[in-house]
Design a binder for this molecule. Structure first.
Ligand code: BES
Ligand code: MN
Ligand code: ZN
Length: 526
């Protein structure tokens, strides 16, 4: 991450730049009993573990492995009470064989979900870390029943689980160990061009997810709006054959009359930067899409400062999670280079702070579509920035727009920490996005855009206020955004306030990237 611009290096912290870990995946059709290396991971279902009267596996692959190991596998799986449940794993050290360790990894029921295969990849990464393994292989005890298409999806899930499981964000630790895992052979799930093409696109998507995670994890004293803009520009210059960047400064945003956005950033010593990346494919364009992300590098709440237990002010560096999803998707799309689709990536980046130049509760601001807003709460700042970003996006000639934002605590109350809320009047668009999210495993739930709730957003002096009451808070926020979208554009809002952050890992998830990429690919012609 760059150092120039902004309130220079407050706290003297700079991320160490670590070379990204490159795990190389190879699809192979070999006899697993002949594989040599550090760790062989076997995905098994509960059914695969069933044994005959002589305590021998009925599954032919497990039986083969077990007889090579003199019955150790059958014995140990009983002793360790390994039943094949999803999330279970048992690793055994093998003496004097070509393969140092064998790991049984549970996939759960008879026809495992993609989530179970992602879990298999994660378990492989965890086991490899614990055993300091470099060369590994993974295969399934039963894969005969799988169609060619489900083999593709299975391999994708395993590979993304492994890559994301290996990744640890150590940029801000003064000391850290690098994972050793280098090779993963994927055995018995097919070979060929289709699979290799899919592998490449999974790797590209994961690099976008990791980039998104790192943006969110970076604290607000390092990742200012200016640095976020620089990171976006770097992505564009890295894939300059298809991506271009335009960064607007405060003066240029003023010319575009973005009064709502600029008011939010007005208190900060780190000036706003409006980010617009454009992906243009080679060849003709059939569809034009807009992706808009909330980009608050920090949200103090402003004069309506976040106070009290549970307000999570110390986590509000993650309030640019929407922009991380959008820029992570840009990085992936820049590498995958899908045909027939143009994509605009838009972020109105700024910081919500307190100072004599900041907006006050009660101020009336004017957005770039001319609508006036009475700011009855400075902590409802995300929607103020998105208002001008959505107006700008609609002016790019796009047919569809998705915005992503860590917009409301109310959405976390409604759906919990791992499900994002989806708001759209357009059923066809909802269908596209839900089918994309089924492939990626990101959890979405459709919420109502109840127009009658707009009543609470009426102002006595301006066109609207920026917050309604406590009730239905994520719905009134979505209705607010709708005021800034062209009727001609199909629009969806995703409130990702919950899933942006993994509380247990104390780290960002990269939520949104994979579903956005999948959706863009669905709209492409390649
Ligand atoms: N960034 C917050 C939303 C948020 C809160 C995300 C908690 C993740 C966890 C947003 O800017 C905000 O402060 N929203 C207010 C809106 C309210 C003032 C109407 C909220 O949710 O409390
Ligand atoms: Mn806020
Ligand atoms: Zn916010």
């Amino acid at each position: 991450m760059a150092h120039s611009h902004s309130q220079a290096s407050l706290g003297l912290t700079q991320p160490t730049s670590v070379e990204p870990i490159k795990v190389s995946f190879t699809v192979k059709d070999i006899d697993v009993t002949e594989w040599t290396g550090d760790l062989l991971a076997v995905g098994v279902t509960e059914k695969d573990l069933s044994k005959d009267d002589n305590m021998k596996f009925e599954n032919s692959i497990l039986k083969g492995l077990d007889s090579q190991l003199g019955g150790l596998l059958a014995e140990a799986s009983v002793e360790e009470d390994f039943t094949g449940k999803a999330g279970q794993s048992a690793i055994f050290r093998l003496p004097g064989l070509g393969c140092k360790r064998i790991g049984l990894i549970g996939l759960g029921s008879e026809s495992p979900s993609l989530a179970a295969y992602r879990g298999l990849g994660e378990a492989l990464a965890t086991a490899a870390k614990a055993a300091q393994a470099r060369a590994t292989a993974v295969f399934l005890a039963s894969s005969e029943g799988l169609s060619a298409e489900s083999k593709l999806n299975t391999v994708s899930a395993i590979v993304s689980g492994t890559i994301l499981g290996v990744h640890e964000d150590n940029r801000f630790k003064s000391e850290s160990k690098r994972p050793l895992l280098q090779f993963v052979d994927i055995v018995g799930l097919g070979t060929g061009l289709d699979l290799e093409k899919k592998l490449k696109s999974v790797e590209d998507t994961c690099s976008g997810i990791i980039f998104g995670r790192e943006l969110v994890n970076a604290p607000a004293n390092v990742l200012t709006p200016g640095v976020l803009a620089e990171e976006a520009s770097k992505i564009a210059s890295m894939y300059s054959d298809v991506l271009s960047a335009k960064i607007l400064n405060v003066e240029q945003c003023k010319e575009l009359k973005m009064g709502s956005y600029l008011a939010v950033g007005a208190a900060s010593a780190n000036p706003p930067h409006f980010i617009h990346l454009c992906y243009k494919p080679r060849g003709p364009v059939k569809a034009r899409l807009g992706l808009v992300g909330k980009g608050l590098t920090f949200d103090s709440g402003g004069y309506n400062i976040k106070t009290g237990p549970g307000c999570s002010i110390e986590l509000m560096k993650f309030d640019m999670g929407g922009s991380a999803a959008v820029l992570g998707a840009a990085k992936a799309i820049g590498q995958i280079k899908p045909a027939g689709v143009e994509v605009h990536f838009i972020v109105a980046a700024c910081e919500n702070m307190i100072s004599g130049t900041g907006m006050r509760p009660g101020d009336i601001v004017t957005a770039s579509n001319g609508k006036t807003i009475e700011v009855n709460n400075t902590d409802a700042e995300g929607r103020l920035t998105l208002a001008d970003a959505l107006v700008y996006a609609c002016n790019q000639g796009v047919e569809k727009i998705i915005d992503l934002a860590t917009l409301t605590g109310a959405c976390v109350v409604a759906l919990g920490p791992s499900i994002a809320g989806v708001f759209t009047p357009y059923d066809a668009l909802a269908k596209e996005v839900f089918s994309a999210s089924e492939a990626t495993g990101e959890k979405l739930w459709r919420m109502p855009l109840e127009e009658s709730y707009w009543d609470s957003m009426k102002s006595g002096v301006a066109d609207m206020v920026n917050t309604g009451g406590r009730q239905g808070g994520s719905i009134t926020a979505a209705l607010f955004l709708k005021q800034f979208v062209d009727e001609k554009v199909q629009w969806m809002h995703i409130d990702m306030a919950g899933p942006v952050w993994n509380e247990k890992k104390r780290s960002a998830t990269g939520f949104g990237v994979s579903t956005l990429v999948e959706w863009v690919l669905k709209n492409s012609t390649s």
